[in-house]
Ligand binder design. Structure first.
Ligand SMILES: Cc1cc2nc3c(=O)[nH]c(=O)nc-3n(C[C@H](O)[C@H](O)[C@H](O)COP(=O)(O)O)c2cc1C
Length: 192
């Protein structure tokens, strides 16, 4: 079971869901039931998108052969901890709208929404989803046989239950825990 991010103090009233989602590096290798994993993707499925295009596209690995491919594309620092996770995911989107074949410049925005739905659903189930930008993009396209002309790869992610932070390398163990945020006033401005 997870840890409630009790050190996170919102400036205004907000549902605990948003505070309790965080990105641990200590993962338990315990497998995630297939139906539970599909529940996470189901949450992503219902995200909003421009023209309801649903441009997001997720690749996931749960079996050793697929996990090895995913681990191989991660940068070493991420491989150190993410190799424990029972599920590794690649968050992608289609670059072009289906209805007119024009570039979809909102694809990254929409894939981000879908990813956040997945991460929040994970949190609601006591699971954790940790996004990763630290991977070899060229290797990802090559290894996973994705068409660079048509597919954007946005991020990788580790999904699973929280493990024992004491098993992490020392530097990572020292950083383990829910982080804070910059003040609300720095991220909003009224239009007058
Ligand atoms: C697109 C993206 C890329 C990230 N890349 C990495 C990464 O390569 N390695 C890592 O350990 N964490 C990575 N993170 C996790 C962030 O560092 C983390 O989300 C951020 O510090 C906020 O902490 P929280 O998720 O625990 O609230 C990434 C997160 C996102 C959304």
């Amino acid at each position: 079971m997870g840890v409630t991010a009790t050190n996170r103090e919102p400036e205004f009233q907000v549902d605990r869901l948003f505070l309790d989602r965080w990105s641990p590096r200590a993962y338990s290798p315990e497998p995630i039931p297939h139906a539970t994993l599909m529940t996470l993707f189901e949450a992503a499925r219902w995200a909003p998108s421009c023209f309801n295009e649903q441009p997001w596209y997720f690749l996931y690995a749960t079996e050793e052969s697929g996990l090895q491919k995913m681990r191989a594309i991660l940068v070493e620092k991420n491989r150190q901890w993410a190799s424990q996770a029972p599920v590794l995911v690649l968050v992608c989107s289609h670059k072009f709208f289906k209805h007119n074949n024009q570039p979809n410049r909102w694809g990254a925005f929409d894939a981000g929404s879908a990813w956040m739905s997945l991460a929040l659903q994970a949190s609601m189930l006591g699971l954790y989803a940790h996004g990763m930008g630290g991977f070899d993009l060229d290797a990802a396209y090559r290894t996973l046989d994705l068409n660079r002309e048509k597919i954007d790869i946005h991020a990788a992610a580790a999904i699973g239950r929280m493990g024992d932070p004491k098993l992490l390398p020392e530097d990572l163990a020292a950083r383990e825990g829910p982080s804070s945020r910059k003040p609300l006033a720095e991220m909003v401005r009224v239009i007058s």
